[in-house]
Write a protein that binds this ligand. Structure first.
Ligand code: SF4
Ligand code: SF4
Length: 352
């Protein structure tokens, strides 16, 4: 049972609160951006939860072996926006990363380097790359920028972060890139409880936006690639965990997205390599009910990851605390309400 903070989410205040609340709700793992500030925020949240009796969850950080929607930020220059625009971009953003109050100072991304002082209409720290704003702009002003970690940065960063587990996002068609990333991880020399492999049906091809929304490969090819990654992970001496990515970063869109990850597992049949299977990408509070209708399929599922739906649930309370100028964890009347909501999502999976 994993809480997914987001591979490119750097909203430190929210991460600290959500890490604390979901740790206290009982998740076993927190999946975070590979960023020292993010991991430090999550560890503060874990300490908050441990002080209230929680067991310490694993800290997992996410890496990618190439372009991936989880590792990007939206960007646009608000000076180009017509003054009478109804701002559909702002309305569709689930992370409140496109503020109404006009241009924001361009942040310097800790991953991608300089922005040349450019002013961005997107609050970089909050953007987690879901991509919903990209088609929303009628003028096509919003672009996406990759947040890929340079090869040389991987080993020292991991040695600094010392995570319990790593998730490596990969794509069909990238066995070589996966091998290179895996080698960088291995050279960090840190003991890992698991190396999770996140893979879905999307194929590695450009351009990035259509790739994210486009059709994917057949299941046969996905099976081949899963077994390729299995051989690589075992050869590197790690224990694999399979994260089947149904529909990335969409669990809050609607109940129907739950079908994506469950359907992907159903299509794979019994052909997933050895190792626990975790569903993610579209997972939400409907996922368990879908599995309950398919006991043979459910027997193959070790766990689940909740990302956008977990944040959406607690967002009103995060905002209420923010309006008071305190964190949610400091708001003694609010965090118990948040805990009830978090537990409602987590507890059925813990009971299972
Ligand atoms: S990519 Fe998603 S999180 Fe980022 S600004 Fe666009 S809608 Fe918001
Ligand atoms: S929808 Fe496009 S034009 Fe309108 S505010 Fe957003 S980025 Fe600017």
């Amino acid at each position: 049972m994993k809480w997914i903070g987001g591979a490119s989410n750097q909203d430190l205040a929210a991460i600290e609160d959500l890490a604390g609340l979901y740790s206290l709700a009982g998740v076993h793992c927190l999946d975070l951006a590979a960023d020292p500030a993010v991991v430090a925020a999550a560890r503060r949240g874990i300490a908050w939860a441990e002080a209230r009796g929680a067991a310490r969850p694993w800290v997992m950080v996410s890496l990618s072996d190439g372009a991936d929607p989880h590792f990007r930020k939206a960007w646009f220059d608000p000076a180009r926006c017509p003054s009478d625009c109804l701002r559909p971009c702002e309305r569709v953003c689930p992370a409140l990363a496109i503020p109404a109050l006009g241009p924001q100072p361009g942040a310097i991304s800790r991953f991608s380097g300089a922005r040349d002082g450019a002013v961005s209409g997107v609050l970089e720290e909050r953007c987690y790359g879901c991509g919903r704003c990209l088609p929303a702009c009628p003028l096509g002003l919003i672009e996406e920028r990759d947040q890929l970690l340079p090869a040389a940065a991987v080993a020292p960063l991991l040695a600094d972060l010392r995570p319990d587990a790593i998730e490596l996002h990969t794509r069909i068609g990238r066995p070589g890139a996966f091998a290179a990333r895996l080698d960088q991880v291995r050279s960090a020399g840190i003991p890992l409880r698991r190396l999770a492999v996140s893979l879905g049906l999307e194929v590695d091809r450009a351009p990035f936006p259509s790739e994210a929304r486009g059709s994917g490969a057949g299941v046969d090819r996905l099976v081949d690639e899963l077994w390729n990654r299995f051989a690589q992970v075992r050869a590197a001496g790690f224990a694999p965990l399979w994260q089947l990515d149904g529909r990335p970063m969409s669990g809050d869109v609607g109940a129907g997205t739950a079908h994506a990850a469950v359907g992907l597992l159903a299509r794979l049949g019994g052909l997933v390599p050895p190792g626990p299977v975790q569903l993610a990408g579209g997972t939400n509070d409907r996922t368990l009910a879908l599995l309950a209708r398919q006991p043979a399929l459910a027997a193959r599922v070790a766990g689940v990851g909740f990302g956008s739906v977990a944040r959406r649930r607690l967002q009103p309370l995060l905002l209420a605390a923010q309006a008071r100028g305190v964190s949610l964890g400091e708001a003694e009347d609010l965090w118990p309400q948040a805990l009830v909501l978090a537990r409602a999502l987590v507890a059925p999976w813990l009971q299972r």
